[in-house]
Design a protein around this ligand. Structure first.
Ligand code: PSU
Ligand code: MN
Length: 302
C-alpha cells in the first residue's frame, strides 16, 4: 500500500503531527465543471480548507499511484486534461495497474482517503439513484461505498437531477446515516430543501465527529453522509430547476446517454439551461462544504 499511495509533503507533515486533513475529489474538476472555473474552484476549495484550519488533500490517480495532495501545477494540468478516466470502485485498480491517469469519484475518493488514513471528505453532491432507475438500473456506486468505507462525506445532499426519494430509500437499506446539518430538511444540492425530511439531524461539527467515532467504536464498517444545505444567497429555487432538469433528462434519454456519461451530461446541460447559474451555485455549495468538513476534521483530531 505504501508504494501505491503518494502523499504531498504538506499532507504527510499534517498526518505525522496529528493535524486535521480533508480529502477532496477530482472528478468534479475533470467531469463536473468546465475549464477554467474547475481550476479556480479547486484552488478556492483548497484555500477554504486551509482558512478553516485543516490541510486539503485532493486525490487523483497519476502514473500508477494514488496521489493524495496535488501541487498547483498538477491541479492545473488535471483541470485542462482531455479524456481523463472517471474512476469509481470498479475502475480504480485497473487504472493504477496500467499506470494511467484518472479522476476519482466520491466512491473512489472514499476508498483512497480511507487507505491514506483520512476520515473526512468534502464534495459537491454524491451520486445516487437516477430518475427512471426502475428501467435503467442506474444507481451510483457512491451509495454502496458509503455503506462500506468509514469516511464522513460532506455534500449538499444529492444532486436534484436524481430521484431523491429512491436515493434516500437505498441509503436507508444500506444502513448509511444521512445527517442534515442544521436543518430538518434533506437538501437538494442547488436548493436548500427537497421536500423530503432528512432521516437524521445534527447541528455542530463536534456532534458529527462524535457520531463518526461511535461508528468506529461499534465496528460498523461504513461512513456517514452529511447533507449540508447550500448558503441561502446562492440557492436556486427547486421549482425553477424542475422543468430544466426534466428537459435535460429527456434529452439524455433521447440521445441514449448511459452509464458514466449520464451525470456529466446532465450537469453540462443544466449549466447551459440556467445560463451558468447552476455552476455559480455549485461553486458556492462546494466552498461551504469544505468549511464544514474542515471543522469536522478538526473536531476529530482535537
Ligand atoms: N458533485 C458535483 N459534481 C460532480 C460530481 C459530484 O458537484 O461532477 C461527481 C462525483 O465524482 C460523483 C459522481 O461521485 O459525479 C457521480 O457519478 P455517477 O452518477 O456516474 O456515479
Ligand atoms: Mn451511474
Amino acid at each position: 500500500m505504501d508504494d501505491v499511495i503518494v502523499r504531498s509533503d504538506e499532507v504527510a507533515a499534517a498526518q505525522a503531527e496529528g493535524r486535521a486533513v480533508v480529502a477532496l475529489e477530482s472528478t468534479i474538476i475533470t467531469h463536473g465543471m468546465p475549464y477554467p472555473q474547475n481550476l479556480e474552484t479547486a484552488r478556492r476549495v483548497e484555500a477554504e480548507v486551509r482558512a478553516s484550519g485543516a490541510v486539503p488533500a485532493t486525490i487523483a490517480v497519476m502514473g500508477g499511484r494514488i496521489r493524495v495532495g496535488l501541487s498547483d501545477a498538477e491541479l492545473d494540468a488535471l483541470a485542462q486534461a482531455k479524456g481523463v478516466a472517471k474512476l469509481s470502485r470498479a475502475d480504480l485498480a485497473v487504472c493504477l495497474a496500467q499506470g494511467g491517469v484518472g479522476a476519482t469519484t466520491v466512491a473512489a475518493t472514499m476508498i483512497c482517503a480511507a487507505r491514506a488514513g483520512i476520515a473526512v471528505f468534502a464534495t459537491g453532491g454524491i451520486g445516487g439513484v437516477h430518475k427512471g432507475a426502475e428501467d435503467s438500473f442506474d444507481i451510483s456506486a457512491d451509495l454502496q461505498e458509503l455503506a462500506q468505507t468509514p469516511v464522513t462525506v460532506v455534500a449538499a445532499g444529492a444532486k436534484a437531477i436524481l430521484d431523491l426519494p429512491k436515493t434516500l430509500e437505498v441509503l436507508e437499506t444500506l444502513g448509511v446515516p444521512v445527517i442534515a446539518h442544521g436543518q430538518d430538511a434533506f437538501p437538494a444540492f442547488w436548493s436548500r430543501e427537497s421536500g423530503l425530511a432528512a432521516p437524521l439531524r445534527l447541528d455542530t461539527p463536534e456532534e458529527i465527529a462524535a457520531a463518526h467515532r461511535m461508528r468506529g467504536t461499534l465496528g460498523l464498517p461504513g461512513g456517514q453522509l452529511v447533507a449540508n444545505p447550500i448558503p441561502p444567497e446562492a440557492e436556486i429555487p427547486a421549482d425553477r430547476l424542475a422543468p430544466l432538469i426534466a428537459q435535460a433528462q429527456a434529452e439524455a434519454d433521447a440521445q441514449g446517454v448511459a452509464g458514466k456519461a449520464v451525470t456529466p451530461f446532465l450537469l453540462q446541460r443544466l449549466f447551459e439551461l440556467t445560463e451558468g447559474q447552476s455552476l455559480e451555485a455549485n461553486i458556492a455549495l462546494v466552498l461551504n462544504n469544505a468549511r464544514l468538513a474542515a471543522r469536522i476534521a478538526r473536531a476529530l483530531v482535537g
